[in-house]
Design a protein around this ligand. Structure first.
Ligand SMILES: *Cc1c(COP(=O)(O)O)cnc(C)c1O
Length: 435
């Protein structure tokens, strides 16, 4: 559900008509965020899980603009980070560093030291060697650090795209479930590195809560086995990967998604003082933005209608990379094609099948193939929906395109929150000097 709706025949972001922005001189393509959609999603997910009194650590890799992070931090969100760069951005934000969790299979010494001295909440440990390295570095710094052990639970949701699966046996993430008990036993008494609990992130987006149930069972079993040995773990981080509305703008029922997870975990929270961490990314940020692009040309190739936009895989790589679906519709369609409800497939007469493509010299630069759309004309503005997650953050300078601006609307106010790159930026680091 989001606040991108057609009013008076024109797509609006909250109170702002989308076509008014390029008319005011903003060059397309640009990302357009709705601040109140961001807040709404955070609050919906938080309320759904409220009985667990969880810490929601927003996955910064899904959407990393510091101004958007500030909006979430103001609501109490923690942050889930996966690099020193993300830690750097989070430190510029208003987020509480004690609510930061740091995952990632390949943390460098510099990243680990920075996390320790910044006093992040938890480092998520992804290998035996990483744990040893964190112990060495914390020892050198003489600083305590809390860690969670990321388990590789051997869980596979077949509906998840192959490129975003993380929990299956043999994946590069986490530590084999079978080895975790011994590892924790052997490292329970370190003077600086305190193992506080377990982490698990099984992929994105996960199609059913049942996979979380399976994973939580495994984590709880492990804490029970360790309790027998007087090792007390109280933090369970069940990761992210919750779904987002890509196909429609319906109200997803967070209550029915969260219900079974709550039933499982509530007794441990209430009776044993367990602390629950969630790491949602796309479920908060995806519906928060659209990519606004312009039709440069339309042409026919054989029987095919092709619409060439000024934005492509350099702005949004998800269709090329994951074969991802994004809803596409003109900002100002003809009256008979105005949408009251965004639902794919659209039940309307008079649509034409288009291949919607970008300007990049690369045959995977498609947003959609054979997509039924109203007639597209040169100069029309087109919205690519649900692009707030893994959109801007994965943009690139391929073909030496400048990266787009990010704009945020809050009711009737419009803010530029990241300026469009300039062509000078493209060559700024191309400096020749002898080593
Ligand atoms: C990517 C990632 C997430 C967020 O995934 P979403 O699908 O955006 O919710 C959470 N935790 C970890 C460790 C991740 O790598």
């Amino acid at each position: 559900m989001d606040l991108f709706q057609y009013k008076n025949g024109i797509l609006h972001c909250e109170d702002i008509a989308v076509d008014s922005l390029p008319e005011r001189g903003l060059p397309t393509p640009f990302y357009l965020y709705s601040a109140n959609t961001l807040r709404l999603h955070y609050k919906k997910i938080y309320s759904a899980f409220e009985k667990l009194d969880p810490t929601l650590c927003f996955s910064v890799k899904s959407c990393n603009n510091v101004h958007l992070l500030n909006e979430l931090a103001a609501l109490g969100a923690g942050m889930d980070i996966v690099s020193g760069g993300e830690l750097f951005v989070v430190k510029q934000s208003n987020a509480d560093l004690s609510k930061v969790v740091f995952a990632g299979v390949g943390k460098s010494d510099e990243e680990i030291k920075e996390a320790i001295t910044s006093e992040v909440g938890y480092i998520n440990i992804e290998s035996e060697q990483e744990l040893a390295r964190v112990q060495e570095l914390a020892g050198e710094l003489k600083r305590e650090v809390n860690v969670l052990i990321r388990i590789l639970p051997d869980i596979l949701d077949e509906k998840t795209n192959e490129k975003t699966r993380t929990g299956y046996k043999g994946a590069k993430f986490g530590i084999d479930y079978a080895n975790v008990e011994t590892l924790i036993e052997e490292n329970a008494d370190h003077p600086y590195v305190k193992i506080r609990g377990l982490h698990c992130h099984i992929g994105s987006p996960i199609s059913s809560y049942t996979f979380y149930e399976e994973c939580i069972h495994k984590m709880v079993e492990l804490t029970k086995a360790l309790k027998q040995k007087n090792i007390i773990l109280k933090v369970l981080n069940i990761g992210g990967g919750f779904p987002a509305n890509y196909m429609d703008n319906d109200n997803f029922s967070w209550e029915s998604f969260a219900g079974p997870i709550i039933s499982l975990l509530e007794p441990y929270v209430k009776n044993e003082g367990f602390k629950i961490i969630l790491e949602p990314g796309r479920s908060i940020s995806a519906n928060t933005a659209i990519l606004v692009t312009k039709v440069l040309y339309v042409k026919q190739s054989g029987e095919k209608h092709i619409a060439i936009l000024d934005g492509g895989m350099t702005e949004l790589i998800r269709p090329a990379m994951y074969n991802a679906f994004h809803f596409i519709w003109p900002v100002k369609p003809e009256p008979q094609h105005i949408l009251t409800n965004r639902n794919y497939p659209v039940e309307q007469d008079g649509l034409t099948n288009y291949d919607v493509v970008g300007p990049i010299c690369e045959s995977s630069d498609y947003f959609a193939k054979e997509r039924p759309l109203p007639t597209l004309r040169q100069g029309d503005y087109v919205a690519v929906f649900t692009t707030g997650a893994y959109g801007m953050v994965m943009s690139s300078n391929y073909n030496l395109h400048v990266r787009p601006a990010e704009i945020m609307v809050d009711k009737d106010k419009v803010y530029i929150i990241r300026e469009r790159e300039t062509q000078d930026d493209l060559v700024r680091k191309m400096i020749r000097h002898e080593l």
